[in-house]
Design a protein around this ligand. Structure first.
Ligand SMILES: [Zn+2]
Length: 108
């Protein structure tokens, strides 16, 4: 990094006036604009929702995530974490292991 303070502390060659105050203020403005701009350009870190709807089959005790059904979101009008609504009660599922059907009520 170039040491700009050496430049700032020198006198103006033409007028002989001290340029410390003016130059240091300019330096600070440039410094702020350069480094603040860099910060604002930087992209935010991503935070990912992770939602599962875990159930245990009452027949074979197999545990699985109902959301892993590929057509869950398209075949239902259920919203994420929806529970205690007519929509989220008596939902019929088929166990992917024993292939028996059973009804579930969603809770959160
Ligand atoms: Zn089962």
């Amino acid at each position: 990094m170039i040491n700009l303070w050496n430049f700032v502390m020198s006198k103006n060659d033409i007028t002989g006036d001290s340029i410390i105050t003016k130059s240091s203020q300019t330096y600070r403005n440039n410094y702020d604009s350069i480094f603040r701009k860099k910060e604002s350009i930087q992209e935010n870190t991503i935070a990912a929702w992770s939602i599962s709807l875990d159930v245990e089959c009452p027949h074979c005790k197999y545990e699985y995530d109902i959301l892993s059904e590929t057509d869950f979101w398209t075949d239902t009008n259920i919203k994420p974490i929806e529970h205690d609504t007519p929509n989220s009660r008596n939902y019929e599922v088929e166990c992917p292991k024993c292939e028996k059907e059973f009804l579930v009520d969603f809770t959160y």
